[in-house]
Structure formats: C-alpha cells, structure tokens
Design a protein around this ligand. Structure first.
Ligand SMILES: [Zn+2]
Ligand SMILES: [Zn+2]
Length: 196
C-alpha cells in the first residue's frame, strides 16, 4: 500500500489508520497487511510495548514481475485490471496460516477484489498442477463450489492449457509446478515489450 498509512493490527476486531484515526474492518486491515510491510507490536493492557516482532517479508520486485507475467493482472474472474493495479495476496495468509512469501503462495488481485476476498472470506487454493481455484463463502454459494481461475496473460494461459492436455494424456503422471517457466516467460514478455 504505497503512500498509505500503516494500519495497526486488528486483534480486537477492527483496525485503525494511524494517520487519520479512521477505524477499518478486520478484513480491510488484513488486506493492507497482506500487501505491505508491517511490524507487529504487542502491548500490555496499558498499551506499553512488550516486544517488537519481525518485519514481514514482502513479495519483492522480481517476484512481482514474475507474478505479473504468470497472472497477467487481477486473477478474479472477468476482472481486467492490469498487473500495475494489482496487489500480491498470500494464498496461505502470512499471519493466519504462517504462509510463505513464495511465488506459488502469491496471486495478483486488484485492490477491489483483494479487499472483497478478505472482507467476505473468499478463499484461493492452488493445486499441485499450478492451477488456482477460488472458493466463494457460504453466504454467496451454500455449496461453496470452487471457480477455476485463469491467467490473464494469453501466453501463460496457452502454456497451462497445453500442460493440462499433456497431463491428461499421461494418466497418473506427476505434473511439474510452473516455477521453472517463469524466467523464460519473463524474457519473452520483455523482448515483446522492449522498443527496438
Ligand atoms: Zn491478501
Ligand atoms: Zn480485480
């Protein structure tokens, strides 16, 4: 969340934007914490700091570029927001699930859908074949039927579909994750996009 005030952790069911004093929902605070650096400060009943915890590890610039190539923008169904307008969401939440800041634990979502996910308890799941699924909350779909998420990058999409077809042909074969494909995809994108 560049340029925005850092919200305090929302242990009591709400968060506060320090700069303005505005109260925000736990989901909004979690979305902000998911995409920006933070430092946990534990306080006693009087508000006196007991310890100052670790600074959280962010998705770095190279990871974001790789995610931009892989996801091609916001991964929410039908959303057309470009990578520049997305944030990196930890699929296994950094704090709640002790999620890692690894590419296979990250997914790009625009601000709107990132907030929607946290506020309304949607869940993203990544299968071992590298495909992502979005599970709605029971308030939206009582059966919680997972929705497949497709990359908005046509190149990535073609590769994933080809790999899916190959995997289908080799019954029982173990499918590689896409980690090895990202550097070549990035190179391809850079060549395509570089002037001259
Ligand atoms: Zn998130
Ligand atoms: Zn979106």
């Amino acid at each position: 969340m560049p340029g925005a005030a850092r919200p305090r952790a929302a242990a009591q069911g709400f968060g506060v934007i320090e700069a303005t004093g505005t109260t925000i929902s736990t989901g909004t605070a979690e979305a902000a914490l998911c995409d920006s650096g933070w430092q946990e400060v534990t306080v006693d009943d009087c508000g006196t700091p007991l310890d100052v915890g670790r600074t959280r590890r962010l998705f770095n610039r190279m990871q974001r570029e790789a995610l931009a190539v892989r996801d091609g923008g916001c991964m929410w169904p039908e959303c057309q927001q470009a990578p520049a307008f997305t944030e990196a969401h930890h699929i296994e939440h950094w704090k709640r699930d002790r999620g890692r800041t690894d590419l296979d634990n990250g997914i790009l979502l625009c601000r709107f859908h990132h907030l929607l996910l946290h506020n309304n308890h949607w869940a993203v799941r990544r299968e071992t074949d590298g495909r992502f699924w979005l599970t709605p909350p029971s308030t939206i779909d009582p059966d919680r039927v997972a929705i497949p998420l497709e990359s908005k990058n046509l190149l990535t999409r073609a590769r994933q579909r080809r790999r899916g077809a190959e995997a289908g042909a080799r019954t029982g074969a173990i499918v590689d994750t896409n980690a090895g494909d990202i550097p070549s995809l990035m190179r391809a994108t850079r060549f395509a996009g570089s002037p001259g």
